[in-house]
Design a protein around this ligand. Structure first.
Ligand code: SF4
Ligand code: SF4
Length: 179
């Protein structure tokens, strides 16, 4: 069990998951529920019971797009979307997520891309993600079409990454000091 997730999740939601009465309104409104191995209501139910492991190992937390529909629909004002977000961060930090899970590879690539360039740069993001997944030819034709339309630019990369890196390193030092 990821013990560190417990206080983090408890602190994050202004209304704790224990007030959930399993009405399923969050699940009914979730546009990604059919693609999730745990529905939003099931995630909240696990958290109510203190069962972190199935949540942190689920694919559901990675499928969530944080549209906040679940949060808006909850009659008990449980911030379901924030719970998903925090569970995702905790799963990542505690190494619960399988590195060959495509969405996790994308998540890691996105963070590395931010670290390098300060914001999302499509071409390096694509390259880093392909190197991580070793899935070089999936979406190859789509890539060619994007290049043809000028959406993947080989020669124009964002500047200003160094400021972001300093910020990132400061946050990391603070986090390490708190451990
Ligand atoms: S909408 Fe709220 S009360 Fe209903 S199941 Fe979801 S979290 Fe629980
Ligand atoms: S925030 Fe995530 S869990 Fe909630 S409705 Fe949107 S996709 Fe579903």
């Amino acid at each position: 069990m990821a013990q560190s997730a417990v206080p983090a999740l408890a602190n994050l939601s202004t209304v704790p998951p224990c007030v959930c009465f399993q009405c399923n309104r969050c699940t009914a409104g979730c546009p990604l529920a059919s693609a999730m191995d745990l529905t939003p209501a099931q995630v909240v139910h696990h958290l109510m019971l203190g069962e972190w492991e199935p949540v942190l190992k689920s694919e559901a937390i990675w499928a969530c797009v944080h549209c906040e529909t679940c949060t808006a629909r909850c009659p008990q004002e449980v911030d379901v979307s924030k719970l998903f977000h925090m569970a995702r961060v905790e799963a990542w930090r505690s190494g619960k997520v399988s590195p060959d899970q495509a969405i996790a590879a994308y998540f890691a690539s996105f963070l590395e891309n931010l670290y390098l360039y300060g914001r999302s740069a499509e071409l390096p993001l694509t390259i880093i993600c392909k190197l991580k997944t070793e899935n070089y030819f999936q979406d190859f034709m789509l890539g060619l079409r994007l290049i043809a339309r000028g959406r993947l630019n080989f020669f124009s990369l964002p500047h200003g990454g160094s400021a972001y890196r300093r910020l990132y390193d400061r946050v990391r030092q603070k986090e390490e000091a708190q451990v």
